[in-house]
Ligand binder design. Structure first.
Ligand code: PMV
Length: 311
């Protein structure tokens, strides 16, 4: 049998880094997806743009861990992705969840979506050393989610306006940035805790604004979050250049998304129909490109992990 599953990448509206310290975060699945095709085989192989290997923790750590942790028979896994790697868009979580989803169907493992997200989170933690449940929860469930670590994850009203991502095309190591923030937290616990508490408040107020569809105010809070992420040392001149270019072109708000350092910014942009007044996705995307980034116009996605085909 052969099974194909796909799972989405994500953007953070609020709460990256603070979520590692138990604070609330809001993230949304986007229309960029990773596909995993699995079939039972005489030997285990993993194929991606990085080449074809067996179980190999250097080339394919996440997929190797998925196969070993489910203890499935020999299998071939092929990964295809439209999500740029190491850019804060959840490429590893999407690959993990798509692979677990496909293995789940192929070998009739009967895991429900809560288990899938849970196993996926454990795999991300094993490979990276630390990881919040955000990426795997959003990639499994889809939509826009409020993640309250260790307490609950719940679906919010889906973000309905356009989303423009600005990729610095500079590699971002989540592990390294989380480590740098940890050192700052050890050195200045009161300062860092009060910043994380403020970010937690942004997620709380952001939840109410998203439910109302008040994206102008959500954008205001995103700008505040960008400043706080800069304050904890995960910003860069290029990230800020792209964020300001997006804002100047009329975005409601723009901020770092994900671990920072390099990677991407995310801008919320008024949707189709209001372009006449400027500030639409095309204008924001050109401003990001002109500022030296690579713009990707996308939308929030209702779909989490989905089985594409089984035969
Ligand atoms: O860069 P990403 O997409 O891996 O996001 C990292 C977000 C952090 O909060 C910094 C870490 C985490 O595991 O949530």
């Amino acid at each position: 049998m052969t099974t194909t599953c796909s799972a989405p990448g994500k953007i953070y509206l609020f709460g990256e880094h603070a979520v590692v310290y138990g604070k609330r975060a809001i993230a949304s699945a986007i229309n960029l997806r990773t596909t995993a095709t699995v079939s039972e085989s005489d030997q285990t192989t993993i194929s991606s743009i990085l080449g074809t290997t067996g179980i190999d923790y250097m080339a394919h750590p996440y997929i190797s861990r998925c196969i070993e942790s489910l203890a499935v028979p020999p299998v071939s896994v092929r990964i295809n992705s439209d999500i740029p790697v190491g850019s804060g868009l959840g490429s590893s979580a999407a690959a993990v969840i798509a692979t677990l989803g496909a293995l789940n169907v192929e070998f009739r493992l009967m895991m429900d979506s809560v288990m899938l997200a849970d196993v996926g989170h454990r795999i991300e933690r094993d490979v990276q050393g630390s990881a919040s449940p955000t990426d795997t929860a959003v990639s499994t469930m889809g939509g826009t989610m409020l993640v309250n670590p260790g307490v609950s994850s719940s679906r919010l009203r889906m973000i309905e306006c356009d989303i423009v991502i600005g990729d610095t095309e500079e590699f971002s190591s989540t592990k390294e940035l989380v480590g740098n923030v940890r050192i700052l937290h050890e050195d200045y616990p009161e300062v860092m805790d009060s910043i994380f508490d403020t970010i937690d408040n942004l997620s709380g107020i952001g939840t109410l604004l998203i439910e109302k569809g008040d994206y102008r105010s959500v954008g205001e809070l995103m700008k505040i979050d960008h400043g706080l992420l800069d304050a904890i040392g995960v910003g860069s001149a290029k990230l800020s250049r792209l964020a300001y270019a997006a804002r100047d072109a009329g975005a409601y708000g723009a901020k770092i998304t994900g671990a920072g350092g390099g990677g991407c910014i995310v801008a919320l942009v008024r949707g189709l129909g209001t372009y006449a007044s400027g500030g639409g996705a095309d204008a924001v995307a050109s401003a990001i490109n002109d500022a030296g980034g690579r713009a990707i116009i996308t939308k929030a996605s209702e779909d989490g992990v989905v089985v594409r085909e089984t035969f």
